[in-house]
Ligand binder design. Sequence first.
Ligand code: TNX
Length: 499
Amino acid sequence: LLNFSCYATQALPEKVKKEDIPAIIPAPQSVEWGTGFYNFPENLKVCYNTESKNSIQWLEKLLAVTKTKFEFNEREDCGNWKISVDPELKEQLGEEGYQLEINTSGISLKSATDAGMFYGIQTLRQMFPAEIENGKVSSDFKLKTVEITDKPLYSWRGSMLDIARSFLSKEYIKKHIDRMALYKMNRLHLHLSDDQGWRIEIKEYPKLTEIGGKSAVKNGRAGYLTQKEYIELQEYAAKRNVVIVPEIDMPGHIYAALVSYPELNCENNKNIEPKRAEPPNLYEGYKVGWTKLCLEDPSTYQFVDTIVKELAEITVGDWIHIGGDEIEDPLYEEFIQKADSIVRKFDKTAIGWEESAKAELSGDFVVQRWNDQTPIGENQKIIDSFCKFFYLDHGNVTDQENTYKWCRKEGLSLETVYSYQTDDKRVIGVEAPVWSELVISDDRADDRLWPRSIAVAEIGWSKAENRNFQDFTGRLARHAHRLENLGIKYFKSPEVKWE
Ligand code: TNX
């Protein structure tokens, strides 16, 4: 029976005003806005349980930029904000989900994991004024009451930086990780080697960085990460629930290694100019698919083994990307299989560009699909990076200067990126690469990455039924100040009525 008395006494909801509703990106799975507001008290008491200890530092950071005085208590029940990580919620909220409830008297935030709590806090962050992004809140503000239950569609929500053609500094990469985290992206793939440069220190092969680290694409930046710096980046990323995925591109795209160690080159390899690469003949052109490791030579596998071993030793994530793109060689398939088993030997899972699917792969091998030309096994896991949706080195608009257009001549508008959708059950997520032949400065990287990475973030997180381009651009418009306060030189996409 309906409880009429209760129903009748309840005031009709005053209309929830659209401008009061914060713009949350990516769109949460389920969200119900209330009619009221939560006002910050003069003295705020936040209670948290022991399991949430790691993640509440982020809440502390967030509150530190408000005028409110606050205090944290490691007790389940002590005040009006209740923060708890409870592994038993895993079935409902998964590895990265959270539940956020704001009512007129307080806030409750729950998750099964640290990652989920981090994302709950990121959602809360987007409800705070944009000024918090450069550390000051000038006005008092209130929070709209709401109930959110949220978790991601895909476990892989990736961004790829090609720091091989043109280097990006450790500082830029850290900023990038911060920006990814705000939009709940969780995989940073670093393309660490290519014809134009080698960007990670390998102790057994010091010349890779001594020689290969000194070159770059024309007008691009050289440089490399020491293993210590890589570890520092990785720790920085882990705190923000981002896993770094290192790629050494093999057996092609390898000139920087060949010029550092000419013995890796087949003497009879007619494709290579000069025939036997000798330092200091570094390569700064744009060609792809013209160099390879000498696959006839067993000592090549000594090299591969050592590289993978050193990378595995410093990598906390599960994955090592072995490249495998854009190369023809009669021994290609054998190479991929051997590289796959070397990666497994060091307790990691291999990822390769889609061409690797020509080889017989182990069940765990993850295939990164980019041009949809290679049939992929029925049970293989797939990351989608189709160039026609995800190659952010292509223009934001048609004929944008210094962009490629080989994959889609019109360029990749925000709407194009956003329109990706699949029901392929093998897909574990999406990733947007920024190749850097033409992306040779931080500002250019910002322009190519943002705001299109935000569309990628929403595709990776929000279910298709919760996605709508018009609604997305409406929310994105309201992130303009946030992006500016974060110092992002984003492309002012004409598809968005920026505020
Ligand atoms: C293709 S697709 C590449 C890169 C280039 C890029 C330029 C793929 C796996 N490789 O080597 O940088 O095109 O758009």
